[in-house]
Design a protein around this ligand. Structure first.
Ligand SMILES: C=C(CC[C@@H](C)[C@H]1CC[C@H]2C3=CC[C@H]4[C@H](C)[C@@H](O)CC[C@]4(C)[C@H]3CC[C@]12C)C(C)C
Ligand SMILES: C[S@@+](CC[C@H](N)C(=O)[O-])C[C@H]1O[C@@H](n2cnc3c(N)ncnc32)[C@H](O)[C@@H]1O
Length: 361
């Protein structure tokens, strides 16, 4: 081979590699590239150990039922998955029903705007985002409502990502992000005009505990909406296939145990909320939320090869391959949960903190 063809072959290979990594592999919403995948706040050499530690929680299921252990377990999970989520899904870590003629991005934004429309927010109001991730919903909601949004997440890597995105979007005067546990929030009583949580309170070992905290920080008369992950009325605990799917969802999504749709309103009433409305947003006429997961299968294979290559050449932490493999399998359990109708990630409940505390007599 003469030097010109050697040069051309080399250039072609380098171009192909660049295209595979940087063009085929960038984030849905240009937040992350494959070459930037990390273990969040975990140093690269500890990613694999943390992944093993994450799985060890499931060998001692009693531990993840105790409130003290769960924040650690959830924090480890989000260190492991946050970059992969941003890279392969975008800045909003939740599902939304498909809408004909609309992109996933638009369907996601509309699902988020619906939450803030439900809680009757006025420009300038101070509202709380319970479990805010890297702030996709927070930015859409602040831009739509002109309310001031305060988000809380247990994961400090997400806090940094969210602040960076807020600044980049020019929304940092409306959006604030706090690192903390939503089971013990660092906020004063009666200090918010409204609150919402999108697919986040499913991480709480007891729903009452997080609902009680939201109740405490809300001003009397204000509204709270939550999109909850639940098993539906179709779920049968004596059906081994149902059990396998639900267990697969719990393990791949750091859940201490999925609740039944029928437990949600009970938990809310127990802490003092009035139930204004309750509806499973996944039910027809809504179109399936899981088609996006199903359609992505070819991309997941490509991503998996990419992660293997990047880990082998030392760009991505070694454990990233295990984490990606776990998510790959989780996508399948979630799709089966959606197809069979035994699981919903968007059981919506709208709650009001009464204007006056009920009399004790
Ligand atoms: C609310 C939660 C998270 C919900 C979803 C945002 C995520 C659940 C499963 C995730 C994914 C599965 C497959 C990944 C794929 C293999 C990879 O190549 C690209 C990213 C995925 C698509 C990833 C994206 C986010 C999810 C859809 C839970 C945790 C309570
Ligand atoms: C699936 S993500 C959803 C994020 C965001 N609502 C969205 O839709 O993009 C769940 C979020 O809940 C947060 N979370 C889970 N348990 C928490 C806890 N005990 N305290 C604070 N945040 C928590 C996680 O850190 C993460 O940000």
């Amino acid at each position: 081979m003469d030097s010109l063809s050697l040069f051309c072959t080399g250039a072609l290979l380098a171009g192909g590699l660049y295209w595979f990594v940087c063009v085929l592999g960038p984030a849905e919403q240009k937040g992350k590239r494959a070459v930037d995948l990390s273990g969040g706040s975990i140093s690269a050499e500890k990613v694999r150990d943390n992944y093993k530690q994450y799985w060890s929680f499931f060998r001692r299921p009693k531990e993840i039922e105790t409130a003290e252990k769960v924040p650690d377990f959830v924090d480890t999970f989000y260190n492991l998955v946050t970059d992969i989520y941003e890279w392969g899904w975008g800045q909003s870590f939740h599902f939304s029903p498909s809408i004909p003629g609309k992109s996933h991005r638009d369907a996601t934004r509309l699902h988020e705007e619906m939450a803030v429309d439900l809680i009757d927010v006025k420009p300038g109001d101070r509202i709380l985002d319970v479990g805010c991730g890297v702030g996709g919903p927070m930015r859409a909601i602040a831009a739509h409502s002109q309310a001031k949004v305060v988000g809380i997440t247990i994961n400090d890597y997400q806090v940094n990502r969210a602040r960076m995105h807020n600044k980049k979007a020019g929304l940092d005067s409306l959006c604030e992000v706090v690192c903390g546990n939503f089971l013990e929030m660092p906020f004063q009583d009666n200090s918010f005009d409204g609150a919402y949580s999108i697919e986040a309170t499913c991480h709480a070992p007891k729903l009452e505990d997080v609902y009680a905290e939201v109740f405490r920080v809300l001003k009397p008369g204000s509204l709270y909406v939550s999109y909850e992950w639940v098993t539906t009325e179709k779920y049968r605990a004596d059906n081994p296939e149902h059990v396998e799917v639900i267990q697969g969802i719990e393990r791949g999504d750091a859940l201490p145990g999925l609740r039944s749709y029928s437990d949600i309103a009970e938990a809310a009433k127990k802490v003092g909320f009035e139930v204004v409305k309750e509806k499973d947003l996944a039910k027809p006429p809504s179109l399936p939320w899981w088609t996006r997961l199903k359609m992505g299968r070819i991309a997941y294979w490509r991503n998996h090869i990419l992660v293997i290559v990047l880990a082998a050449i030392g760009i991505a932490p070694k454990g990233t391959v295990d984490v990606h493999d776990m998510l790959f399998k989780t996508a399948d359990y979630l799709t089966r949960g959606g197809d069979s109708g035994i699981f919903s990630p968007m059981h919506m409940i709208l709650l009001r903190k009464p204007k006056e505390a009920p009399s004790k007599s």
